[in-house]
Design a protein around this ligand. Structure first.
Ligand code: NAG
Ligand code: NAG
Ligand code: NAG
Ligand code: NAG
Ligand code: NAG
Ligand code: NAG
Ligand code: NAG
Ligand code: NAG
Length: 661
C-alpha cells in the first residue's frame, strides 16, 4: 500500500466517522463483495480511478431517479467503468439518496482499488465493474441470511411460503406495471403474519428476472429450513420474507412519487463546531501518517538497491551439487523411485543431514537453456504456501536437470481415495479439509503469488498429503520448464490429463485460470464420490462421470453418489453444498465457472448462496462438441505419485502461461 492510499483512507475513515456520528438515518449495512484479484486492481491515480469517481458521482446525483434505479457509464474503451444502484422498492427518495450516498462512500473504502465491487444495504444495493453489467442477469455472488428464530409449524409454513414466493415471482417478473418490485402480507396463524418482498433490477427481461428469483427460491431449503425468515441477495434480484414488517407496509407495491419534505435541519453553528473538532483530530493524524510514510519510503529505497544482489544470491543458494543429490537417491536406484510422470521420474532422497527430499529428474528433452531454467526454478522456489509442495532447489549438470522438492510423507491423494482399504482413512472432515486446502493452494497460484501460475494438470495424483493429511499441490509450473519440442515441428502442446481437462483446453488448447477451476471441480467430485472420473467408462451404461453426477443431481439423488465408505458419518449439508460447488466448477461455459476466490468464499461462508449450475460439457453426448476420450487414453494408466498419464499433444496454442503483474 502506498502512502497516498494510506492518507486517503485515513481521510475517508475520518469522513465516515463524521458521517456515522452526526448523520440522522444511516442505512443498515448487510454485506459486500470485493473481487480481490490482484490482476483486477487499478492503481490509485489511473484513469480507472477517475472514471470510477465519475460514475459514483453520477449515481449519487441521480439518486432520486423515479424508479429507484440508475445505471451510469464513464470512460472509453479500456478503462470504462459501469455502475448501477437499486433502492428497495418501498423506500422514500430521501432514504434512497441517503443510502446511495453512504454506499458510494463505503464501497471504495471497503473494496479499495478493486475494479469490481458490490455492496448491499437493507435499503439499497450498489455495484460497479469494468465489464458491461446492464441488462444482464448476474446471480453471483449471492448471499442468504436466515432469521435464526424457528417457526412453530414448519410444514404449514413452507406450504404457505411456496405459494407466496411463486405469486411474488410471477408478479415481479411478468407484471410490467410494478417496476420489478412487489410485496405481500399474509396471515399465517391468528397471531402471526408473513411479510415477503421480491425485486429485480428493472433492466432485466421478464424471463431473466423470473430465472433469478427461481434461483433464490431454490436456496430457501438450503439456508432457512424451519426458520421464520430468509433474505436472499444477489446482484440481479432479491427475495426476503420474515414474520415482522421489515418494509413499509403502507407503501405496498409502488415507489412513492411524492417527495416527502426534506428535514435536513443543519444549524450552521453546530456545523462549525463539528468541523473544528474534525480538524483537531485529522490534522495530527495526517501529520503522523506522512512522517511514518517518509520513514517507510526511505527504508524501501535502501532495500531496493540490494535486490539484484539478492537475486543472484538466491540462485546460488538454490543450486545444489549434482553428485550430492545423486548420492542421496542411491544413484537414482529403482528402489528409491516414487513415481513417474510426464516430465520425468521422481525419486526419494535423503541428504547427509537426514533431511528427506523428493528429486524429480526431468526427461532430457525439456529443450530449455540453463539460464531460463534457473530463472524458472527461482520463480517456482519463491512460491511458498502451506498447500503447495515446496521447491527446495535444483541441479544442472551436463544435460541433467533435477528439481528438489520437500518430501511429503503420505504420498498422493489417489492412493487413498481409490484404494478400497485406505479410503477409510479419509473421513469426511479430512476430505473437506483437503478440498479447502487444494482450493487455497490454487487460489495462491492464481492470484496471490507474484506471477499468475496456471497449473494445467491438477488431479488426484498431483495432490500430496503430509502426515496430518494436509494437501499439498505438486507439479505446478511444470509447463514453464519445458519449451516446445522443435525437432518435431511442434510449436504448441497441451499439457494435461483427459477427464480433468475442460473442452476449450482439450480441443482448442485455450487455457486460463478457469481451466484449473474445471480440473478442481472434477477433483472435488472425485473426493466426495470416491470414484475416478473415468470409472463410469467401464460401466454398462457407458455414461461419463460428469454426466452421471449431473443427472443424479438433477434427480435430487446426490446422496446416493457420496462415497459409501463414509457410511453416514458425514454432514449431508456440507456434502450437498460441496457437490453443488463442484458442478459449478465444471460448467461448460467458462464464464459461468466461479473463480477460486469465489469457490473459497462459497466453501467458507454458508451465507453465500450458490447459483444454479448449467450442464457440464460431457452431458450432451452424441453431439459434435462432446469430447469422447478414446479408450486407449483411459486404460491401463495406474497413477503413481506422479505416474498418471500426461498428454503432450500438438495443438495450436501459445505457451504463455504466466502473466507478469
Ligand atoms: C477483499 O479485501 C477486503 C479488504 O482488503 C477484505 O475485507 C475482504 O474480506 C476480501 N474479500 C475476499 C473475498 O477475499
Ligand atoms: C495523482 O494525480 C494528481 C493530479 O493529477 C497529481 O497531482 C499527483 O501527483 C498524482 N499522484 C501520483 C502518485 O501519481
Ligand atoms: C445523472 O447522471 C448523468 C450521467 O449518467 C449525468 O450526466 C447527470 O448530470 C446526472 N443527473 C444529475 C441530476 O446530476
Ligand atoms: C443504462 O443501461 C442501458 C442498457 O440497459 C444502456 O443502453 C444505457 O446506455 C445505460 N445508461 C448509461 C448512462 O450508461
Ligand atoms: C488498451 O490496453 C492495451 C493493453 O493494456 C493497450 O495496448 C491499448 O493501447 C489500450 N487501448 C486504448 C484505447 O487505450
Ligand atoms: C428475526 O425476527 C425478529 C422478529 O421476529 C426481528 O426482531 C429480528 O431482527 C429478525 N432477525 C433478522 C436477522 O432479521
Ligand atoms: C388476516 O387477519 C386480519 C386480522 O386478524 C384480518 O382482518 C384479515 O381479514 C385477515 N386476512 C386474510 C386474507 O385472511
Ligand atoms: C431547525 O432548528 C431550529 C433550531 O435549532 C428550530 O428552531 C427549527 O424549528 C428547526 N427546523 C426544523 C424544520 O426542524
Amino acid at each position: 500500500m502506498t502512502c497516498g492510499t494510506i492518507t486517503t483512507q485515513l481521510l475517508l475513515l475520518c469522513l465516515t466517522c463524521f458521517h456515522v456520528c452526526f448523520s440522522s438515518a444511516t442505512p443498515t449495512y448487510v454485506t459486500q463483495y470485493c473481487q480481490n484479484t490482484t490482476t483486477n486492481e487499478f492503481s490509485p491515480n489511473s484513469s480507472y480511478q477517475v472514471n470510477l469517481n465519475l460514475v459514483l458521482s453520477f449515481l449519487t446525483s441521480n439518486a432520486s431517479s423515479p424508479n429507484g434505479f440508475y445505471n451510469a457509464t464513464a470512460g472509453l474503451s479500456n478503462n470504462t467503468v459501469y455502475g448501477l444502484f437499486l433502492c428497495r422498492g418501498d423506500v422514500t427518495r430521501d432514504v434512497c439518496r441517503e443510502c446511495i450516498e453512504t454506499a458510494s462512500r463505503e464501497i471504495i473504502r471497503r473494496c479499495p482499488n478493486g475494479r469490481v465491487a458490490y455492496i448491499w444495504y437493507d435499503e439499497c444495493m450498489l455495484r460497479y465493474s469494468n465489464q458491461l453489467i446492464f441488462s444482464t442477469i448476474n446471480e453471483v455472488p449471492g448471499f442468504s441470511f436466515p432469521n435464526s428464530s424457528d417457526v412453530p409449524n414448519p410444514g404449514e409454513f413452507s406450504k404457505l411460503l411456496r405459494q407466496v414466493v411463486d405469486r411474488l415471482r410471477n408478479r415481479v417478473a411478468f407484471d410490467p406495471s410494478l417496476g420489478k418490485f412487489s410485496t405481500e402480507v399474509d396471515n399465517f396463524t391468528s397471531s402471526q403474519t408473513l411479510y415477503s418482498l421480491a425485486q429485480c433490477t428493472p433492466d432485466l427481461s421478464a424471463n431473466d428476472c423470473s430465472r433469478c428469483l427461481v434461483g433464490s427460491v431454490a436456496n430457501i431449503p438450503i439456508c432457512c429450513n424451519g426458520k421464520q425468515g430468509g433474505n436472499f441477495l444477489n446482484p440481479s434480484c432479491s427475495l426476503r420474507y420474515d414474520m415482522y414488517p421489515f418494509f413499509r407496509v403502507t407503501a405496498a407495491t409502488e415507489f412513492p412519487s411524492t417527495t416527502t419534505t426534506t428535514t435536513t435541519n443543519t444549524s450552521s453553528g453546530k456545523e462549525r463546531n463539528k468541523s473544528r473538532s474534525i480538524v483537531l483530530i485529522v490534522v495530527p493524524l495526517i501529520s503522523i501518517t506522512v512522517l511514518l510514510c517518509a520513514i517507510f519510503s526511505w527504508r524501501r529505497m535502501k532495500g531496493r538497491r540490494t535486490r539484484a544482489e539478492d537475486e543472484v544470491q538466491m540462485v546460488n543458494s538454490l543450486q545444489m551439487d549434482f553428485e550430492t543429490v545423486k548420492a542421496s537417491t542411491n544413484n537414482f536406484s529403482d528402489v528409491n523411485k516414487l513415481g513417474e510422470g510426464g516430465f520425468g521420474v521422481v525419486y526419494k532422497g535423503r541428504l547427509f543431514d537426514g533431511q528427506e527430499i523428493a528429486v524429480k529428474r526431468l526427461s532430457r528433452n525439456s529443450g530449455q537453456g540453463a539460464k531460463e531454467f534457473k530463472n524458472e526454478a527461482v520463480l517456482l522456489a519463491k512460491l511458498q504456501h502451506r498447500n503447495l509442495v515446496r521447491l527446495l532447489g535444483f541441479c544442472l549438470s551436463g544435460g541433467e536437470k533435477l528439481l528438489i522438492y520437500e518430501f511429503v510423507s503420505n504420498g498422493s491423494l489417489d492412493h487413498f481415495l481409490f484404494d478400497p482399504i485406505k479410503c477409510a482413512d479419509l473421513t469426511w472432515e479430512r476430505r473437506y479439509g483437503i478440498i479447502v486446502g487444494v482450493a487455497r493452494g490454487l487460489l495462491y497460484l492464481h492470484e496471490d503469488s507474484r506471477h499468475r501460475i496456471i497449473h494445467r494438470d491438477l488431479k488426484a495424483s498431483n495432490v500430496l498429503l503430509d502426515e496430518q493429511m494436509n494437501p499439498k499441490i505438486s507439479d505446478f509450473g511444470m509447463a514453464r520448464l519445458f519449451v516446445p519440442d522443435q525437432t518435431e515441428g511442434n510449436t504448441h502442446r497441451v499439457v494435461g490429463t483427459y477427464g480433468y481437462m475442460p473442452p476449450e483446453y482439450a480441443m482448442r488448447g485455450h487455457f486460463s485460470v478457469k481451466s484449473d477451476v474445471f480440473s478442481f471441480g472434477v477433483l472435488l467430485l472425485e473426493i466426495i464420490t470416491g470414484k475416478r472420473n473415468n470409472d463410469f467408462y467401464q460401466s454398462e451404461q457407458t455414461e461419463y462421470f460428469l454426466s452421471y453426477a449431473w443427472r443424479r443431481w438433477k434427480e435430487g439423488a446426490v446422496l446416493e453418489l457420496i462415497d459409501p465408505t463414509l457410511c453416514d458419518r458425514y454432514s449431508r449439508h456440507e456434502a450437498l453444498r460441496c457437490f453443488h460447488i463442484g458442478l459449478l466448477c465444471v460448467q461448460e461455459n467458462l464464464a459461468d465457472r466461479p473463480t477460486m476466490s469465489l469457490v473459497i468464499l462459497m466453501l467458507n461462508s454458508y451465507s453465500v448462496t450458490l447459483a444454479l449450475p448449467s450442464a457440464p460439457p460431457y452431458f450432451i453426448s452424441g453431439r459434435a462438441k462432446t469430447i469422447v476420450p478414446a479408450r486407449s487414453e483411459s486404460q491401463g494408466t495406474e497413477s503413481d505419485q506422479s505416474a498418471s498419464k500426461v498428454l503432450l499433444q500438438s495443438i495450436n496454442m501459445s505457451l504463455t502461461e504466466v502473466y507478469p503483474r
